[in-house]
Design a protein around this ligand. Sequence first.
Ligand code: CP
Ligand code: NVA
Length: 294
Amino acid sequence: MDFLTIADTDPAAVERMVRLAASAKAEPAQYGDVLAGQTVGLFFMKPSTRTRVSSEVAVLQMGGNPLVLKDSEVGLGGRESVADVARVLDRYLDVLAFRVFDHADLVTLADQADAPVINLLSDLEHPCQAIADLQTLAEHVPLEGATLAYLGDGNNVCHSLMLAATMTGVSVRVASPSGYEPSPAYVERARAYGEVLITTDPAEAVDGADAVYTDVWASMGQESERADRLALFRPYSVTTDLLAAAKADAIFLHCLPAHRGEEVAAQVMEHERSRVFDQAENRLHAFKGVLLGL
Ligand code: CP
Ligand code: NVA
């Protein structure tokens, strides 16, 4: 089984991964030899801190061998076709996990490899992040009936989060500048599972929410759009005033890396209700949940 997107999975699989992530956090020793004798390839075409380290440590703690590969070594689609790289790596590795620019490359990799393929972030989704996000939200409030506000770019993180959240009973409100909403296909799919509000008004999104979430305004690969986006996204910055408009005990979430003074105020990052570093820790447990779930 592959894990390319939340969209390719179903509520039962998402719930199982979140449950296993919580179990791996509570009782890590229980899973200490699950991957004995197995090698997990972790391939990166873009920079990474959390995903790279949490996945490598997760595999080590589960008794497996992580093998980290950078694109400067492989030349995916340049030195060698994506399909041929997949066919070769499949002969050596038991699980293939990739961070790519173009989601279509992941689809090719999964088509060509018999081993499970995991998405470590593409332009379309960041599904492992969404499992950690739900685990973190569930540590604060029961998922069923909770409300999550996402402010900013309707990007990869937003897509995975919106779908995974609605699949587990969370209502989602997304506030984005016009033209930067999540893709209509994702909105439609999420609405099949639960309540989704798409608005351009950040105050409408955060009103009474249990959690306020944001991500960078210019994702990796969009650096040339950064200046234009900074001006356009300014009203969506999560400030202490905006956090105060959510529930009195609402938590702040961010997948990180964060840009203080842009999508989030420094005071919100350091707020007593900021859970961003728990969320980053949960990437470790969530990656175990993903591997166990698969
Ligand atoms: N949140 C996240 O994926 O971080 P990295 O880009 O550092 O892996
Ligand atoms: N949306 C961001 C997430 C980084 C973890 C990006 O794709 O760069």
